[in-house]
Design a protein around this ligand. Structure first.
Ligand code: PLP
Length: 403
């Protein structure tokens, strides 16, 4: 059985075991060091904490509720299911938790220009939102393919006053947008802060994003103890880069009785090769500034990946997840596009909540998990976001099914 008295990661070099680190061009090292130093200061600064908490409560919607899902629990007839409602955050997903923290830090660094990359557009919208609120110039890099399939979020981002730069290199999706953002940062690092949207990239990003997202797990712990008088037996979250999962998992890592389950996108099926299950089928490699599990071919070329949900469509995942997998503290499974779509309509019909397609992956895993639970057990699912942005994709799929 897993037994760590005190979990304290990453180490001083920004490593989680062999993962993480800082594999970047020399020119970015001073900016990363500066960010790391500032972070170690603000982390201890009660004034920063109050500022961050005020923003979370009065601009975002925190604390988000932990809701007992009565009809969904009855549907399975075994354990009790609770939903952590990150879909109720301002802008519709957990992404803004991290963005608000990083924008406050950018201001302290005296940076006046913010850049970001986005796939589904949720991170782009969150960054544009925070930049509007604080009067910062904002540039969002987005692949041409994603711009076409996520038009409403592109429009939202522009309406919020940000510039959206189409990326036409490579597969014209998230990983290419990230490369372009890094290129911009190298050129403009003096006045520009790069807000990474998940627990990925070079140190200190995976640690900072995790800590800002940990508000999810901290609240969950308080709320479940108030509601049930004890900790849950299992926590389930979807994993793209891994930030909503790390956010809810992290405060529970030392609670060895709590199972922590991450669910990846199996796309068209693991055997099809069209998926993004990097923790399930990948192997260690260096990508976008970090060492982590990565989907790659025999020559180390990063694989083309697929998921119905643009927010999971990424060939790697965060270094801390790689570490937690290797030490057997977290478990990782995957579900297909089709299973995620079924789970979307199940939650909609039973609980009146339309989840994001990313979130639906975590919900779909309940089909496998719940039959193994007993009536007195408690399961928490992190509802990372709401499904409004996915309606176009869902409608198209259902139309294909009926013809
Ligand atoms: C971006 C996104 C994800 C995936 O990102 P993580 O960093 O793995 O959390 C999951 N759910 C929603 C709603 C998203 O917008």
């Amino acid at each position: 059985m897993f037994n760590i008295i005190e979990y304290d990661q990453p180490d001083r070099n920004g490593k989680f075991g062999i993962y993480g680190g800082r594999y970047v061009p020399e020119i970015l090292v001073p900016a990363l060091r500066e960010l790391e130093e500032l972070y170690s200061e603000v982390k201890k600064d009660p004034k920063f904490r109050v500022e961050f908490q005020n923003l979370q409560q009065k601009y975002n919607c925190r604390p988000t509720p932990l809701s007992y899902a009565e009809r969904l629990s009855k549907h399975f007839g075994t354990g009790k299911i609770y939903l952590k409602r990150e879909d109720l955050n301002h802008t519709g997903a957990h992404k803004i938790n991290n963005v608000l923290g990083q924008v406050l830090m950018a201001q302290k660094l005296g940076k006046t220009r913010i850049i970001a990359e986005t796939g589904a557009g949720q991170h782009g919208v969150a960054v544009a939102t925070a930049c509007a609120k604080f009067g910062l110039k904002c540039v969002v890099y987005m692949g041409e393919v994603d711009i076409a399939r996520q038009a409403p979020n592109v429009f939202r981002t522009k309406l919020l006053g940000a510039e959206v730069v189409p990326v036409v290199s490579g597969s014209r999706t998230l990983k290419d947008a990230t490369n372009e953002a890094i290129r911009d940062w190298v050129t403009n690092v003096k006045d520009t802060h790069y807000i990474i949207g998940s627990v990925v990239g070079p140190h200190p990003y995976p640690m900072i994003v995790r800590d800002f997202q940990s508000v999810i797990g901290v609240e969950t712990k308080e709320q479940i103890i108030k509601e049930e008088g004890r900790l849950p037996d299992v926590i389930v979250a979807c994993v793209g880069g891994g930030s909503n999962a790390m956010g809810i998992f992290h405060p529970f890592i030392n609670d060895e009785g709590v199972r922590l389950i991450g669910v990846e996108a199996a796309g068209l099926g693991l055997a099809s090769g069209k998926h993004c299950a990097s923790l399930t089928l990948g192997r260690a490699g260096i990508f976008q500034g970090m060492m982590s599990y990565l989907l790659q071919d025999d020559d180390g070329q990063v694989s083309e990946v697929h998921s119905i949900s643009a927010g999971l469509d990424y060939p790697g995942s965060g270094p801390e997840h790689s570490y937690l997998k290797d030490i057997d503290r977290c478990e990782y499974f995957s579900v297909t596009d089709e299973q995620a779509l079924e789970a979307t309509s199940l939650l909609a019909r039973l609980e009146g909540i339309i989840p994001a397609l990313e979130t639906a992956h975590a919900l779909a895993y309940l089909n496998f998990l719940m039959p193994t639970t007993t009536k007195d057990q408690i399961v928490v699912v992190n509802v990372s976001g709401r499904g409004d942005k996915d309606l176009g994709t869902i409608v198209e799929y259902l139309r294909d099914l009926s013809t």
